[in-house]
Design a protein around this ligand. Structure first.
Ligand SMILES: Nc1nc2c(ncn2[C@@H]2O[C@H](COP(=O)(O)OP(=O)(O)OP(=O)(O)O)[C@@H](O)[C@H]2O)c(=O)[nH]1
Ligand SMILES: [Mg+2]
Length: 264
């Protein structure tokens, strides 16, 4: 004799089986949506030598971050770097670092991240004119550049990236977030507020004006902009205070990224 309970169980079993089959057919799409939610992709942009690779390494807890800090050839990235950050709750980010040097790989990376497979957010890295000067491939001798030259180069680089961001933002429904990371703050510890102001919307600075243009183009509601100071390493080991200050700034940046990604 079959009890109502057993009958009920069988019915539920069938429903679950049916649901599982249906879920299976939608699995790839579901999985990619889940992945995007838990591991949003973040484009890391900025001119050569500003510190993108170093910052992405820190954010993704990559040990190699310290390896070239002292000695060793300091070279720019030739290809797009992929770094994934995972935390204990299976949340994180997929960082895509665009090489700063103007090469074919840079253009390809920009196309991929802002058009073919649009990213969820952008971490644009600037260094308040403290980008490490790098030689153009094939030339010899030490590279040098004044702070003014580096600021001008940064602005030019930003124009290109800003256009890509605007193009991506207008094409989609959901909002895009942009975080301007003002890195190497350890090198201008006393001027951090002024630097953050220079890179902020509505500041009236050359960079601020370009941000305002981007906002107008993309539509204010479609683009959120944050400006945060950070440092990924400090000049020396003698003082422990700057090290702690950098760790704190890094923590604030991480918290903001988590908020923007819906992780907290
Ligand atoms: N003092 C200081 N130096 C930094 C910081 N971040 C990076 N650097 C140094 O700046 C130089 C450039 O850093 P990278 O991360 O290689 O720069 P990048 O933006 O990846 O450059 P490309 O790959 O050419 O686009 C390296 O010598 C780093 O050690 C920082 O927060 N403080
Ligand atoms: Mg690099």
């Amino acid at each position: 004799m079959q009890s109502p309970l057993r009958h009920g169980r069988a019915a539920i079993g069938t429903t679950i089986a049916g649901g599982a089959l249906a879920a299976l057919s939608q699995a790839p799409e579901r999985a990619s949506r889940l992945l995007r939610h838990r591991y949003p992709t973040v484009a890391v942009t900025g001119m050569t030598g500003v510190g993108k690779t170093r910052l992405a390494d820190r954010l993704s807890r990559r040990a190699s971050a310290e390896s070239s800090a002292e000695g060793g050839p300091d070279v720019g990235s030739a290809v797009m770097e992929r770094r994934t950050r995972r935390d204990a709750r299976l949340r994180g980010y997929r960082f895509r670092v665009v090489p700063g040097e103007n090469a074919a790989t840079r253009l390809g990376a920009l196309d991929e991240l802002f058009h073919d497979e649009p990213v969820d957010g952008v971490l644009h890295v600037v260094a308040n004119g403290h980008a490490t000067p790098r030689r153009t491939a094939g030339t010899t001798g030490a590279a040098s550049a004044t702070r003014e030259q580096q600021l001008a180069a940064e602005l030019e680089d930003w124009s290109i990236t800003a256009h890509r961001i605007a193009g991506m933002a207008v094409r989609r429904e959901r909002p895009t977030w942009l975080v301007i990371a003002v890195t190497k703050a350890d090198l201008f510890a006393d001027d951090v507020d002024a630097a953050v102001h220079y890179y902020s919307p509505g500041s009236g600075s050359p960079f601020g004006d370009k941000l305002d243009e981007l906002r107008a183009l993309a539509g204010g509601a479609k683009l959120s902009i944050d400006v945060l100071p950070v440092c990924a390493q400090t000049g020396g080991r003698k003082s422990s205070a700057p090290e702690q200050a950098c760790t704190d700034l890094l923590g604030r940046l991480e918290l903001r990224l988590a908020q923007l990604s819906g992780h907290v």
